[in-house]
Design a protein around this ligand. Sequence first.
Ligand code: ATP
Ligand code: MG
Length: 440
Amino acid sequence: MSGKSWKSLLRGCCGSSSNDQQGKLASKQRSLQRLSFSEISHSPGPLSPSDLTVSLAGSNLYVFSLAELQMVTGGFSNSNFLGEGGFGPVYKGFIDEKVRPGMEAQTVAVKLLDLDGVQGHREWLAEVIFLGQLSNPHLVKLIGYCYENEHRLLVYEYMAKGSLENHLFKRHFTSLPWLTRLKIAVGAAKGLAFLHETEKPVIYRDFKASNILLDSDFTPKLSDFGLAKDGPEGDNTHVSTRVMGTEGYAAPEYIMTGHLTTKSDVYSYGVVLLELLTGRRSVDKTRPSREQNLVEWARPCLNDTRKLMRIMDTSLDQQYSHKAVQKAATVAYQCLNHTPKSRPQMSTIVEILEPLLDFDDGMIGTFVFSVETEVVGEEEEEEEKKGCNGSGNGNYHKGQRHKMRSSKCGRHSDVLLYRNSATNYSRKGTGAMVVNMECE
Ligand SMILES: Nc1ncnc2c1ncn2[C@@H]1O[C@H](COP(=O)(O)OP(=O)(O)OP(=O)(O)O)[C@@H](O)[C@H]1O
Ligand SMILES: [Mg+2]
C-alpha cells in the first residue's frame, strides 16, 4: 500500500487528552470488558504513554524503555536478527529479573518500528490494544511494548520455528509432513474462531502464511494485529474500511466493496489451506500465467479426487490420508466461495478438520517433524538435475528448491526465489496493499 494511505489512517489516533475519557476507559478495563480499538484510538486527544498505561491497566503488559530493549537484544545486533516485515526488523532477545525484578526469564522477539517505513503508530497501537487484551493458545503472546518519543517497539514470546511461510516456501527448510500441516491448519482455525466468536468479535484482516508463527512443537499462533478491526456492532452486517491486506489472500467482495466481515477472514483461511495442500504461494509470478493465482488455478480441482491429486504438493510424496486430504480440500473449496454467506464459520471448520488428525489411511510411519538440514548428498544432486530438466509436474516445491544448490540448478533456483520475493513480499515485508480504495 502507499505511504499516503497509511498516513491518512493515523489521523484518528492522535486527538487531545481527556482525563474523563481515560477514567472511563480505565474503569471499563477494570471491569474486564475488552476495550475496542476505536474507544482508545479515537479518544479526544493525543494518547500519551501514561494514558495508554492507564487504559490497559488490567492487561499485564510490561512497559519497557528503549534502553532496556537495546540491552536485551545485544544492541539490536545482526546476530539476533530474525527477519523483517512491513513494520520493521525483528530481533531475538532474552529477558529476566535483571531487566525487571520478578520477571520470568524467557526468550523474546522484539519488533522495532522502522521510522522510515510505511507503517506507524496506528499499527503499533492496534497490536498493543488487541493483543494486550486477547489471550488464547493460538494467538502469539504480547509481553510488553515501548512507547518512547517517536520509538515504537513490541515484545512478544519467542516462536522458535518462525513463520509458516518460511517452512512452506523457503529453501533450507525440509518439507512439512501432512500431519504437521494439518495441525497448523487446525490451530490457526482455532485462533480465528476465537477472534470471531469472542464477546466483541475481531476481524483479523491479514491472515496469511507469514503471520502464522510456529512454536517449538509447531503449534501455530497468529501474530500481527496491525490491520485487525473490531467486528460490526448492533444491526450492522459489516465494517466499511479502506481495502488493506495482502494480494492473493484478500476476499474478492472486500476488494470490490471495502465491506469487511468475519467471512473475509474465512476466505483468507481458505487460501492458506490451499497453500498447505499444494505447497504453492497464493501468488507466484514465476509460474506460467494461468497458474500464477493459486485460487483461480486450484479451486476447480478441489472437488474432483483425480484432479486434486494432481495439484497436491509433490514433496509430500503422497504420505497423507487421502480421505483427510479430500475433506480438507472440500473445506478450502467452501471457504473460497464467492458468496461470503456460503462460507463456513471458523468453528465449523475446526469441527471438520480436527478429527482428520486421526485419519491414517495411506500413511506410512508416524507423526514426524521436519528438521532443518544443510546437507546436499549425491542422491539429491541427481534429483536436482531432474528438477532442472523440468521433469515432474512443474510444481517447484521447497524440497526441490532446498536441493537446488549446484551449478546451473542453483542459479535457476535463485532467480525463482528472487522474483518470487519481489512480487509476493519484499524483504521489508508488505502488510501489502491490494487496492487503494476509500470506502470510509
Ligand atoms: N514472536 C516471534 N518469534 C520469532 N520470530 C518472529 C516473531 N515475530 C516475527 N518473527 C519473525 O520476524 C520476521 C518478520 O515478521 P513480521 O511479522 O514483522 O513480518 P512479515 O509477517 O514477514 O511481513 P508483513 O509485514 O507482511 O506481516 C518473520 O520472518 C518472522 O519469522
Ligand atoms: Mg507478519
